[in-house]
Write a protein that binds this ligand. Structure first.
Ligand code: PMP
Length: 437
């Protein structure tokens, strides 16, 4: 550790860093459903990397597209100029989005997509002559990345406290996750509309004329797989429509097949005004994010952009050739292998398998949709998160990669997963839970 530690210079998110220091481990290669660890073991990937390698790892088509493009056009400025790949990718993406969201802004990450979406919402409200609408509403326990906007609207109290109040006027829907009387789990579907009425409470409290936009993950991912109850997203849409508020779905996790459709908007039949994406967009082979917006919003932003769009949304790497090439190859793969439909087809098997853990030691709640599941453990007294972290390490040692967040185990395998691999994942977890104190 310290000065002599060759890894000390590599900054990682501090919690991960702490875990890493306790048990240093590295992944050195990957293929399909598996990673290989530095000590030469195959690790079955139950997390698609970090909810992102939806088509599995190191797929030849994507590797080839990146290599070919790298040798042909390493970079091209997109100010005043262009190159063909992002145009083609934008068209392909627009075709996957709900009808009407056919204008695309490219970014380099989910966090940048969130900041871009919030900026667009504010600019659109101003362009409409609604400049008093500056308030951005998120949700407690929402996660929207680590950009300044994402932290401000995000529902991670510690993040907001660490940076002061963040964006002025950010507000939060208060309903949150309660593992006992779980607002978002399948047990309380009737509460959907009622929960969404919390937005009406904020409108009554602050006045609609102060609120620019609401941002939610249709299904909260990083904070523990909180599946919205029936009616919830639809009611949010209604309230937004009634009060001139823009609705943003952060689909960084739910996009590209995870919930059994191209988008959660499609899966739940609710169309927002803006959708943010990243992760699965390139199958994570090259960092890239995107924001899809309604055409009228796009045009309002372009018309209003101070000093031209490049000073408003001018990331050097927006639409980078390698990312665009990876994106096109990933979308090709998703389509050719029918992976979004495959996630929907496998969902009943997945549901049955993960609910087989009901009654397993420590398990207090199980939630699932598409090919994602959250398995909530009873926290160890006085040491929240410790039990799940112990399970994480035991799973890795046994050859299984899971994601844990607090005391919730999140499972989101690549969409190429086979039924036997699903059974193996769940079987291993059940056995390992028995051994965890
Ligand atoms: N939004 C959501 C819903 C996310 O899950 C994440 C990342 N887990 C982000 C935004 C941030 O994405 P990135 O890490 O690529 O910046």
């Amino acid at each position: 550790q310290g000065e002599n530690d060759p890894l000390a210079a590599f900054w990682m998110p501090f919690t991960a860093n702490r875990a890493y220091k306790a048990a240093p481990r590295q992944l050195v290669s990957a293929r399909g459903m598996y990673y290989r660890s530095a000590d030469g073991r195959e690790i079955l990937d139950a997390t698609a990397g970090l909810w992102c390698c939806n088509a599995g790892h190191c797929r030849a088509e994507i590797v080839e597209a990146i290599a070919t493009t790298a040798a042909t056009l390493d970079f091209a400025p997109t100010f005043q100029l262009g190159h063909p790949l992002p145009f083609e990718l934008a068209q392909r993406l627009a075709a996957l989005m709900p009808a009407g969201l056919d204008r695309i802004f490219f970014t380099n990450s989910g966090s940048e997509s969130v900041d871009t979406a919030l900026k667009i919402a504010l600019a659109v409200q101003r362009a409409r002559g609604e400049g008093t609408r500056t308030r951005l509403i998120g949700r407690e326990r929402g996660y929207h990345g680590v950009g300044f906007g994402g932290i401000s609207v995000g529902g991670i109290g510690n993040n907001r406290r660490a940076f002061g109040s963040g964006l002025p006027g950010a507000g939060h829907l208060r309903h949150t996750h309660d593992p006992v009387r779980n607002a978002f789990s399948r047990g309380f579907p009737a509460h959907g509309a009622e929960l969404a009425d919390d937005l009406q409470r904020l409108v009554d409290l602050h006045g609609a004329e102060t609120i620019a936009a609401v941002i939610v993950e249709p299904m909260a991912g990083s904070t523990g797989v909180l599946v919205p109850p029936a009616g919830y997203l639809g009611r949010l849409r209604e309230i937004c429509d009634r009060h001139g508020i823009l609705l943003i779905f952060d689909e960084v996790i739910t996009g590209f097949g995870r919930v059994g459709a191209a988008t959660a908007a499609e899966a739940w039949g609710v169309t927002p005004d803006i959708i943010t994406m990243a992760k699965g967009l390139t199958n994570a082979a090259v960092p890239m994010g995107a924001v899809a917006v309604r055409r009228a919003l796009h045009d309002a932003v372009i018309d209003a952009a101070p000093g031209g769009i490049e000073l408003f949304h001018g990331y050097t790497y927006s639409g980078h050739p390698l990312a665009a090439a990876a994106g096109l190859a990933a979308l090709d793969l998703y389509a050719r292998e029918g992976l979004f439909a495959r996630a929907a087809e496998l969902a009943p098997h997945w549901e049955e398998a993960v609910h087989g853990l009901k009654g397993a030691r420590h398990v207090i709640d199980i939630r699932n949709i598409g090919l994602v599941a959250g398995i909530e453990l009873e926290p160890r007294e006085g040491a929240p998160g410790a039990r799940a972290m112990e399970l994480f390490h035991a799973a890795f040692d046994a050859g299984l990669l899971i994601r844990v967040t607090g005391d919730i185990v999140a499972l989101s395998p690549p969409l190429i997963v086979e039924r036997e691999q699903i059974d193996a994942m769940v079987g291993m977890l059940g056995a390992l839970l028995d051994g965890v104190a």
